[in-house]
Design a protein around this ligand. Structure first.
Ligand SMILES: NC(=O)c1ccc[n+]([C@@H]2O[C@H](COP(=O)([O-])OP(=O)(O)OC[C@H]3O[C@@H](n4cnc5c(N)ncnc54)[C@H](O)[C@@H]3O)[C@@H](O)[C@H]2O)c1
Length: 389
């Protein structure tokens, strides 16, 4: 196969500027040939800034280019299905932003389209590729298989453990400032709100974390559009609780992950620092940022907070800093892109395929149903493992 894969960016909005356009235009194995946006000005600006030779407002022009190997979609959510159907039919591989689909029906049609087209699809549910979360899972699995404890562990010697006493649990706490969400993300036709738009990340992460266990039961509460909670129970009893608050602040990092199991605690602080408790191998691990304007200030969570303060001091507009002084922890975007390129070149399974995309959409929809009905719902096996011709 040729050395560089030819790419086209579809959708040149905020996220594309933050990740895709930078990552694709600077990747040694990618030749970014096209940018496309229904808003022609957005395509023009992106082409100019990232020196992309071709621009268009018509996605079909891109898809009909025989040189294009894959497209990257970062449009609003409702546009995914027609773009994916056309691209798959033309034999183009597809890297699609989350959520892959807004409804179960759309997801089924996407699965069918990529299978019939014989192309690879990767959904950018990137948290599963974040180095910090990969390390967290490795440590967790090691402790599950070969539990080791500190010598001073408090043990009640008079009784054996009860069956439900040692089930693993993943807690995900998100605190976000809701003014950061554009109206398009909250509009039921183009975005669908935070459960479908954002919590697909965490539903996917839980499925990946506890794989091969499958989720069997879901309970949700709050607002599907903004703050909410979700409890997801897996076969055998492992579980995930998501607490998603939109009334937080950009002054503090957004994501916290905590896993308990086998009398130990595994914690990841916003992708930059992991801590381990209850086991002898408990040295913290630090993870470099994806983009770090202040490498001299050190690593870890405390350093990240200091960098964040330094960056904001004297600025009148935090939003304007996003592209000019990016301070990004490594949430796995580049690793996902690398794994997808490898999957195309070496004909390997996609790092986050159409079934993962379907599963997160289905669970998000089921969560919304649970929240509206105010009750726990089953996750039937035949629903979570669809067979599509
Ligand atoms: N993986 C992540 O961590 C992450 C983070 C943020 C956003 N996202 C995703 O990125 C996507 C875009 O979000 P955003 O904040 O950049 O939105 P945005 O509104 O800023 O950008 C979307 C762009 O797509 C264009 N567009 C819409 N329909 C189109 C079509 N049919 N063909 C071509 N262009 C079209 C719009 O004109 C706009 O420029 C969303 O799906 C969002 O969920 C992912």
């Amino acid at each position: 196969m040729k050395r560089k894969l030819v790419a086209a960016q579809i959708g040149c909005g905020k996220f594309a500027w933050q990740q895709d356009l930078k990552n694709l235009s600077s990747h040694p194995d990618v030749d970014l040939k096209w940018v496309c946006d229904v808003n022609r000005t957005n395509a023009e600006k992106a082409a100019e800034h990232f020196s992309v030779p071709h621009r268009t407002a018509d996605v079909l022009e891109v898809i009909q280019d025989p040189e294009v190997d894959f497209i990257k979609i970062a449009t609003s959510h409702e546009a995914h299905l027609p773009i994916i159907e056309a691209a798959a039919k033309a034999g183009k591989h597809i890297f699609c932003e989350k959520p892959m689909a807004m409804t179960e029906e759309e997801a089924y049609r996407i699965i069918r389209a990529v299978r019939r087209g014989g192309v690879k699809l990767c959904v950018d549910l990137n948290r599963r590729m974040a180095p910090a979360l990969q390390a967290l899972r490795r440590k967790f699995l090691k402790q599950e298989v070969d539990p080791r404890h500190n010598p001073w562990r408090y043990v009640e010697t008079e009784r054996a453990l009860l069956p439900e006493e040692d089930l693993p649990h993943l807690l995900i706490r998100i605190q976000d400032e809701s003014s950061s969400y554009g109206l398009g993300h909250l509009d039921p036709l183009t975005g669908g709100g935070q459960i479908i738009g954002e919590s697909v990340h965490f539903l996917d992460l839980a499925c990946w974390f506890f794989a091969p266990l499958l989720p069997r039961e879901i309970t949700a509460w709050g607002s599907s559009r903004l703050s909410h909670g979700i409890h997801l129970r897996f076969e055998g009893g492992a579980s995930m609780t998501l607490d998603f608050s939109c009334s937080g602040t950009f002054d503090f990092p957004k994501e916290l992950y905590e896993v308990t199991g086998k009398a130990s605690l595994f914690r990841s602080l916003h992708f930059v620092e992991n801590n381990y408790y209850g086991m002898p191998e408990d040295a913290p691990e630090f993870f470099p940022l994806q983009r770090d304007p202040y490498p001299e200030m050190g690593e870890g969570f405390a350093a990240f907070l200091s960098k964040s303060r330094k960056r904001l001091t004297g600025s009148a507009n935090a939003k304007a800093l996003e592209n000019t002084v990016p301070l990004l922890p490594d949430k796995g975007h580049l690793s996902m892109l690398d794994a997808f390129l490898r999957a195309i070149r070496e004909d390997l399974p996609s790092p986050c395929d159409e079934i993962a995309g379907f599963r997160s959409t289905y669970l998000a929809r089921r969560a919304i149903e649970s929240l509206e009905l105010k009750r726990t719902l089953s996750v039937p096996l035949e629903k979570i493992t669809p067979c599509i011709q």
